[in-house]
Design a protein around this ligand. Structure first.
Ligand code: G
Ligand code: G
Ligand code: MN
Ligand code: NA
Length: 254
């Protein structure tokens, strides 16, 4: 209960902040986008990570309000960059299942794109296999609408759920994000290498781009590039950073 109240107060007091983790093209080494990752600047506990408070927000229904804040912050950030003449980037925002079963969510997003003068093609939504389970048919329709608008639909943590392949058949998918558990042992584990190569080949046949998560070493980058993986993300290049830091640009290590 205490935590629930905290969460409600934190939204009012503007204690949340979006951090941005760069996403790069493995072939050109260019940063083309970012994943928005929420942080809580807690007045007592300091910088707090979402593993704990996102599930709490989901279980208490607060995720609708918090989700609105997240989406508006992300889109307004894109709008600010555009106004300042900064290079266009793609921003991927994580969605929870509650948001995908909210019938007003599509018009909410449309209004924000207009308000901040942001093209739909600059926006992506990351969904997980569990986030569409609440109301599959409604979620599917909503994702199709978003894709028709030009918004990128990314499957997050691919390979860890229990119906990964079915999802590719059933959902409008633009991008597949290979879970970092496959990337982690790439150098030692031949099976992981084969699995990743197969995922990439399959995705490309379906006209779906592939991003590898959790790239932490130069060797992993080079290997993934040789497998023809399109994009990457991970501590090797950068963790999630504040908007200011992201705007200043980062040296790419590769
Ligand atoms: O850095 P990391 O600790 O940011 O994220 C931990 C988990 O929290 C990940 O599963 C990530 O997808 C989730 N997460 C981070 N930011 C958001 C967000 O804005 N919305 C939702 N729904 N989940 C998020
Ligand atoms: O579930 P999702 O993929 O949205 O979660 C992203 C999570 O992964 C965040 O907690 C983010 O901080 C973390 N992350 C991003 N890059 C790396 C990495 O290279 N290594 C590890 N261990 N975690 C990472
Ligand atoms: Mn994600
Ligand atoms: Na992931």
């Amino acid at each position: 209960i205490k935590e629930e109240e905290d969460l409600a107060k934190a939204i009012k007091n503007n204690e949340f902040e979006l951090y941005y983790q760069p996403q790069f093209d493995l072939h050109t080494n260019q940063v083309f986008g970012a994943e928005a990752l929420i942080r809580w600047n807690h007045p007592e506990k300091g910088l707090t990570f979402p593993d704990h408070f996102i599930p709490l927000a989901e279980n208490t229904g607060k995720i609708i309000e918090l989700g609105h804040w997240i989406v508006e912050s992300g889109i307004s950030y894109l709008g600010k960059r555009k106004k300042q003449g900064m290079p266009e980037i793609m921003l991927h925002i994580n969605l929870s299942s509650k948001q995908l079963s909210d019938p007003t969510f599509v018009s909410f997003v449309q209004k924000l794109l207009l308000k901040y003068d942001v093209p739909a093609t600059s926006l992506g939504f990351e969904i997980t296999e569990t986030s569409i389970l609440e109301d599959v048919e409604l979620a599917k329709k909503m994702l199709q609408t978003f894709q028709n608008m030009g918004i990128c639909i990314a499957i997050d943590d691919f390979g860890t759920g229990y119906s990964s392949l079915a999802q590719l058949k059933n959902l409008p998918v633009t991008l597949l994000k290979i879970d970092r558990s496959f990337v982690m042992d790439l150098e030692e584990d031949e099976d992981d290498r084969k699995i990743i190569e197969a995922i990439i080949a399959m995705a490309h046949k379906l006209n779906i781009k592939v991003l590898a998560e959790g790239i932490e070493t130069r060797e992993q980058w080079i290997m993934l590039e040789s497998f023809n993986c399109d994009f990457g993300q991970g501590y090797y290049v950068s963790k999630a950073v504040t908007a200011d830091k992201f705007n200043r640009g980062l040296p790419i290590t590769h």
